[in-house]
Design a protein around this ligand. Sequence first.
Ligand code: ZN
Length: 150
Amino acid sequence: MANTYPTAEVKLTIVKEAWAGRKIAQIARKYKVCRDSIYTWMHLATQACLRAFRPQKRGPKFKRLITNEENILSLKQKVSELESEINRISHNHQSIPSHKYARLVRPDRCPHCGHPRILLNGYYPVKDAHGTLVDMPRFICKQCRKRVYS
Ligand SMILES: [Zn+2]
């Protein structure tokens, strides 16, 4: 008996025929399989069907919901961080004085060592007469590397 092992599709066909009411002995002869195998496959097919028909377990769904809420919270936090970052940048952009202005207020000589080469070294925030923050140019001495404020 050249009993090659049946594929999953063939097993399902066999089980369906058995469920349709055909005699197990007949099916066994037709497909050249033993009856015990057919009973085993019927049992496996029953279990698979029950698994397929059972409602989804709640655990994973609930877990997924919590994860989504956490994601939303962290995304909200990121958005507000970005918003304040944008505010900060746009504020600085508007209040940063031009390089022309920086050159205008640059001291002629270093107040620490008297060196004539003073370099622009970024801006620092100061409050103006209205109490709003404006950025003032800050300098650094090429020789003594000390900070010089205009
Ligand atoms: Zn200096």
